[in-house]
Design a protein around this ligand. Structure first.
Ligand code: ADP
Ligand code: ZN
Length: 697
């Protein structure tokens, strides 16, 4: 059989067969014919279409990743030789008496969230051998069951009766429908205050896309936290959409991939990796919460899904819709330059008003010694609970305390693999590194001086705030929302239902509470440490803090009862606090723009980071110095560094950073390629390239 461009093929490579795609680039004449090998076979799967191949090339070129690495993201699921199994396992109910080893426990845990699963799938998720699964079946701990044939890919009905849109929503929806019907590339920012009904509005664009017979993709920053979104989609269209994220079982993943490729999944909602799905006819991409940093992938191919979504939309001749109540400065600058359209929903839906925001000056009304909630916040929570309404305390820090030190000798408990303190998790009785996962039991005595019971927690995490709240409001029903207390989509969905059903009075949470939740009975939000995000001091620290706190604040007062937000801060006069209190985000963003423009910082200039790492400090320094010496010199180009990375050791690797800063009209990729070509990278060393960096750690 003659292979054609786009065909997915098996190719011999070393001693193995690898999956590849026939590319239609000009042949590489530098490789002699004698070195070439024949294709081993063509895989029976839909070919990769030109628009996706173009996109893969574009992403590789922009991010400086190897094209094969990007292609692999689009192909991950079609590895040959694995037939989809039809039987799986679920937990025996009631459980039988049998020895539960840690490995067996992991299997049971894996089944708690996603019953049922196949043997291979269980073995992979629980990191056990297939024999463990079989022995558990023999012991009666697992019972066989038929796996569902396929996820539902029913056709969402665009004419299914939805909500009646308010006039502002109607106007925006009409504009979005027109953009979809035009079957042409465009980018629109849909910006509206929290609770203004943006979702309902852009679902009309999805409906139009269905009428046009094209597929729609909706990207959400954290799909595991999107149960309410999925329920809303179902209400609007009568059926569930296809979902795509890293938690899917390999079987569902495979079936979904194929359904997308065959056009049988009309709407996909997914995490950033959904961008590489093989849509034959993509007619709309929505990026909800476009300001979210979760859209940036920091490992492997380093890319920003929001920016790449716009590129994919261009290759598909489809509109992209960016949605946010707190748009990024990047997007606002594109609006201002006339590259993006803008639609605005200025008021909350159904007459709800935006919450009143006030700062609590922690210097004037400090908490009691050793406590973290100031008297005005405590009083506000008390009143809210007394009215039978819900309150939320927000602190963007997991665990009990961010630092543990010895009060005898001052020793600080540090991660052996990273430049980071170990975070106490009291519930799990351990000290954990939030960067590499290293965990140790809390020691009885100080490892430095040997003093007994001398280790003390410093500063709060959500666990500690929960403890304080339990003492203050013992009768309130509490719920902690953090990634480690709500480990999966089902747990998060259950929490959301419990809150909506008023089974909870007080919610204590990390940044996951800031995600688009709609909790109608929540009227008070207390921010425990509003200054927290400002400490890092990177380029976007202020912007990100305003966005995060405004989103958290936006959870309050979304129904009839008005909401109230209190920010505990040591600098109420800080422009970030002022912007939140006055509710004037536009003025704040204008000020940010005015600060970044003169220095040519993004979005008014370009950045690319080089992250050097090596097994030892000397290796990292040597390579960083080499890069520094061969740094490019040109008009409008500047190199900052090398300097130790803030996380100067991460997972045992020593890290240095350099930053390339250029004018906006300079293309950074050719400069980076030439620069990297001048430097030899030795054994154990590595240079990672991060174009348009979001993190500076
Ligand atoms: P946003 O995404 O802008 O924060 P949402 O889309 O979550 O706002 O809308 C807030 C609430 O108002 C949701 O519960 C939503 O279901 C409801 N809502 C929005 N538009 C309408 C409408 N036209 N009719 C009825 N309810 C609506
Ligand atoms: Zn670590």
């Amino acid at each position: 059989m003659e292979p054609h461009p786009g065909d997915v093929v098996l190719v011999p490579l070393n001693r193995r067969e690898e999956v590849g795609v026939v590319w239609d680039a000009a042949a590489d004449q530098s490789v002699p014919d004698s070195k070439l090998k024949a294709i081993a076979g063509i895989i029976d799967t839909p070919p990769m279409r030109p628009a996706l191949r173009q996109f893969v090339d574009w992403v590789a070129s922009y991010t400086l990743a190897a094209p094969g690495e990007v292609m692999a993201m689009a192909l991950r699921v079609v590895a040959p030789g694995i037939g989809a199994p039809t039987t799986g396992w679920q937990r025996a109910d009631p459980p039988t008496e049998a020895r539960i080893t840690p490995a067996r426990q992991r299997v049971l845990d894996a089944l708690a969230e996603h019953a049922p699963r196949s043997t291979a799938d269980l073995a992979r998720t629980a990191s056990v051998g297939a024999s463990v699964v079989r022995s558990m079946a023999d012991a009666g701990l697992l019972v066989p069951t038929v796996l569902p044939v396929a996820p539902p890919f029913a056709l969402p009905d665009p004419e299914h009766p939805g909500e009646t849109l308010a006039p502002d929503q109607q106007a925006a929806a009409t504009a979005l429908r027109q953009a979809v019907a035009a079957r042409a590339f465009s980018v629109t920012l849909l910006d509206g205050v929290t609770g203004s009904g943006k979702t309902e509005t852009y679902l009309e664009a999805v409906a139009e896309c269905l009428r046009q017979g094209r597929q729609a993709l909706v990207l959400l920053p954290e799909i595991a936290l999107s149960s309410q979104w999925l329920e809303r989609f179902e209400r609007r269209f009568g059926v569930a959409p296809a979902v795509w994220h890293s938690d899917l079982t390999s079987r569902v993943r495979r079936v979904t991939w194929r359904a997308v490729a065959e056009g049988a999944a009309p709407v996909v909602v997914g995490a950033r990796s959904a961008l590489f799905l093989p849509f034959p006819d993509l007619g709309l991409i929505v990026i909800d919460e476009e300001h979210e940093t979760a859209f940036k992938q920091e490992e492997g191919v380093v890319y920003h899904a929001r920016d790449m979504a716009v590129v994919r939309a261009r290759f598909c001749a489809a509109p992209a819709v960016l949605v946010s109540a707190t748009p990024s400065l990047e997007t606002l600058a594109n609006v201002e330059a006339g590259r993006y359209h803008r639609l605005t929903l200025p008021t909350r839906h159904g007459g709800a008003v935006l919450p009143a925001v006030a700062a609590i000056d922690m210097r004037a009304t400090p908490p009691e010694r050793g406590h973290f909630l100031a008297p005005p916040l405590i009083e506000a929570v008390r009143q809210t609970l007394a009215r039978g309404e819900q309150a939320m305390l927000f602190l963007n820090r997991r665990g009990y305390a961010p630092l543990t030190l010895c009060r005898h000798c001052g020793h600080r408990m540090q991660c052996p693999n990273c430049t980071a303190w170990l975070v106490e998790h009291r519930v799990r009785r351990s000290l954990q590194c939030h960067h590499c996962g290293h965990a140790v039991p809390i020691p009885e005595e100080c490892p430095a001086c040997g003093a007994a019971h001398s280790l003390v927690p410093v500063g709060p995490g959500v666990e500690r705030i929960t403890e304080e709240a339990a003492a203050l409001f013992p009768e309130a029903r509490r719920l902690v929302m953090a990634s480690d207390t709500l480990p999966g989509p089902d747990a998060a969905a259950a929490a959301a239902h419990a809150i909506a059903a008023r089974e909870v009075d007080l919610i204590i949470g990390t940044q996951i509470v800031a995600k688009g939740w709609h909790f109608p009975h929540l009227t008070l939000v207390g921010v425990v440490d509003a200054d927290l995000g400002l400490a890092g001091g990177d380029l976007r620290a202020a912007e990100r803090t305003v966005q995060l706190l405004h989103q958290v604040a936006g959870r309050a007062g979304r129904a009839e009862a008005p909401g109230r937000v209190l920010l505990q801060t040591f600098s109420p006069e800080h422009p970030v606090m002022q912007a939140l209190v006055e509710g004037d985000l536009a003025a704040f963003m204008a000020r940010e723009a005015a600060q970044r423009r003169p220095g040519g910082w993004p979005p008014y200039g370009r950045l690319a980071a080089l992250i050097v790492s090596a097994d030892d400090a000397a290796g990292a320094d040597a390579l960083a110095r080499d890069l520094g010496r061969s740094a490019p010199h040109a008009e409008g180009v500047e190199v900052l560094g090398p300097a130790p990375a803030p996380l100067s050791v991460l997972r045992g690797r020593h890290r240095r950073r350099l930053l390339l800063k250029t004018r906006r009209d300079v293309a950074v990729q050719p400069i980076l390629r030439e620069w990297l070509g001048k430097v030899a990278v030795g054994r154990g060393a590595r240079v990672e390239v991060d174009v348009d960096p979001v993190s500076f750690l």
